[in-house]
Ligand binder design. Structure first.
Ligand SMILES: [Fe+2]
Ligand SMILES: [Fe+2]
Length: 258
């Protein structure tokens, strides 16, 4: 089974980058299933129902989230019925929607799980290792989007679950790391897949707006450049349907031609 996974989609440019790149990548790499992290799609924070529908209409099969899962409050209206939207599993309390779900890929079951890390994150969540342990061990194909800031927390998680899940793909930092590997017991791991959006800004935001706010202390918001180049950061996973283990992981980072 071949899966295409897009990192955090930031704003309109990220959204369009996914829309424009998806058909040719699916054809070129004979992709069976597409997952995309949509936590930053709505002007950089959160997701609206129209963003979610846009991604599904563009060919994305499942949308995962992260610490910005609730930044647009209207998610409350559509999350309970959004079967292809996965919010973090280890949120505290009684939260609607699914943190993990099983999908049929040409008749073969694949579990997708979204988790939040704890190190350097503002959100208080349950222990991600315990949260994953609460899930059934079937089906054997299981992709985890581990949304976390700390590289070592992601590596600890991936090594702990090596051989028990098919892949641990890190999201959240928006910068693709150069460490794609298959661990010794067969789990594919990439500590961060990166983002889809403006390659010339600061993790997706216009550099000037970030500098004005952070360096100069001005009370101005971060902004996005809707006319930026279209960058995609993604990875392609090849999973063995007989064993649940990964056969290969190939990272992609590309600026689309106009
Ligand atoms: Fe993000
Ligand atoms: Fe995030």
């Amino acid at each position: 089974m071949r899966i295409l996974f897009y990192g955090d989609i930031v704003g309109k440019v990220g959204r369009d980058a996914v829309h424009l790149s998806l058909p040719s990548l699916v054809e070129k790499y004979a992709i069976d299933f597409v997952v995309a992290n949509g936590e930053n799609i709505a002007r950089g924070k959160g997701i609206t129902e129209s963003d979610y529908r846009f991604l599904l209409d563009s060919g994305v099969d499942v949308v995962t989230l992260g610490n910005h899962w609730h930044s647009k409050k209207q998610i409350d209206d559509f999350l309970p019925d959004a079967e292809n939207l996965i919010r973090p599993l280890n949120l505290k309390g009684d939260v609607p929607g699914n943190g993990s779900a099983v999908f049929s890929v040409h008749g073969v079951p694949l579990r997708i799980t979204n988790l939040l890390g704890q190190a350097f994150m503002k959100e208080e969540v349950d222990d991600p290792i315990d949260a994953l342990a609460s899930l059934p061990s079937e089906p054997i194909l299981h992709l985890v989007d581990f949304h976390a800031d700390s590289t070592s927390e992601k590596a600890i998680f991936a090594h702990y679950y090596d051989g028990m899940v098919s892949a641990v793909i890190g999201t959240h930092t928006h910068v693709q790391t150069n460490d794609a590997t298959i661990l010794s017991n067969g789990t594919a791991f990439l500590s961060d897949v990166g983002m889809c959006g403006d390659p010339d800004g600061i993790i997706g935001w216009e550099a000037d707006s970030v500098i004005r706010h952070i360096v100069k202390g001005e009370n101005t918001p971060f902004s996005l450049n809707d006319n930026a180049k279209h960058m995609i950061c993604a990875c392609i996973l090849d999973l063995d349907e007989a064993t649940g283990k990964a056969k290969s992981i190939v990272p992609l980072r590309k600026i689309l031609e106009r």
